[in-house]
Design a protein around this ligand. Structure first.
Ligand SMILES: CC(C)(COP(=O)(O)OP(=O)(O)OC[C@H]1O[C@@H](n2cnc3c(N)ncnc32)[C@H](O)[C@@H]1OP(=O)(O)O)[C@@H](O)C(=O)NCCC(=O)NCCS
Length: 246
């Protein structure tokens, strides 16, 4: 499969991992030998198959843009775990998130990219505020506590996915970076950064977007550069053949 991606586009793929038709044996054909060996060590069948489907789906989607076979796609990782493509495909950027049985994969040219996808839990607002005080920037937990109680859970998860996508765009980690920058928290407000980036003096212009997510989930994508990309959403594998002709 070969997909085309314009310079100003962001392609966002959603994949329902538990509905994929291939057997474990067939799925293995799409991943590298090193990944196969690592995944074979997962004893619990359900977790192993899910992890294998993540690896294979990401490879099948991203290799469709790179123009090589899924198995040969050269994926390398930064020391903090961010997956990147090696040469000759390094200009093609992607990131992924998985939550429950959904996988989200975002792909764009040249721009750093991060995605997060989370299941929304509508539990005790006080509990969410306590978590926010622990993990968010003080400006964010303060803004969250000013929302009406009925909007706190939505605000918490919106903030969470915006922040995590931001951290993943720059290849940071939650432990080191989540309290070192602030974004808007209200789902009804545009997603924006309201503090400096975590490291002063860096050119870190970003476009932060709340994006469509499957029912019961929320998601955000962050790209470097201030111009919002043209978003195209697709479902794997249902849209794979159609996407080829787009
Ligand atoms: C990645 C992270 C930001 C979010 O993780 P999460 O909510 O559990 O998981 P998500 O589903 O949103 O994303 C996971 C995917 O993000 C990607 N990823 C991992 N680390 C990343 C990073 N630092 N930046 C961008 N993307 C990253 C991976 O592809 C990962 O999936 P995979 O391992 O199956 O390939 C968080 O786990 C984190 O802070 N990790 C850093 C770990 C760390 O400190 N490592 C240091 C080792 S020295």
């Amino acid at each position: 499969m070969r997909y085309s991606l314009a310079a100003d586009e962001l392609h966002l793929w959603y994949c329902p991992l538990q509905e994929l038709p291939e057997t474990e044996e067939q799925t293995r054909l799409y991943v590298s030998e090193e990944e196969q060996e690592r995944l074979a060590r997962i004893r619990a069948e359900e977790s192993r198959v899910l992890a294998l489907r993540v690896r294979a789906s990401v490879r099948r989607i991203v290799s469709g843009y790179a123009g090589c076979s899924a198995r040969e796609l050269p994926i390398v990782r930064t020391p903090a775990g961010k997956p990147l493509l090696g040469e000759p495909y390094a200009a093609l950027k992607f990131n992924l998130a998985h939550s429950g049985s959904w996988l989200g994969v975002a792909v764009a040219w040249q721009r750093e990219i991060g995605i997060d996808l989370e299941r929304v839990r509508r539990d005790d607002p006080e509990y969410r505020l306590r978590l926010a005080r622990r993990f968010f920037h003080p400006q964010e937990s303060e803004a969250l506590s000013r929302l009406p109680p009925a909007r706190i859970a939505a605000g918490f998860f919106t903030s969470w996915v915006r922040k995590e996508a931001y951290i993943k765009c720059w290849g940071g980690t939650i432990a080191q970076h989540s309290q070192r920058f602030a974004l808007t928290v209200d789902p009804e407000q545009p997603a924006e950064r309201v503090s400096a980036h975590w490291q002063e003096g860096q050119d870190t212009k970003v476009s932060i977007q709340d994006v469509w997510a499957p029912l019961g989930f929320c998601a955000a994508v962050v790209l470097s550069g201030s111009l919002p990309p043209l978003l195209r959403r697709r479902f794997w594998p249902a849209d794979a053949e159609r996407a080829e002709s787009l």
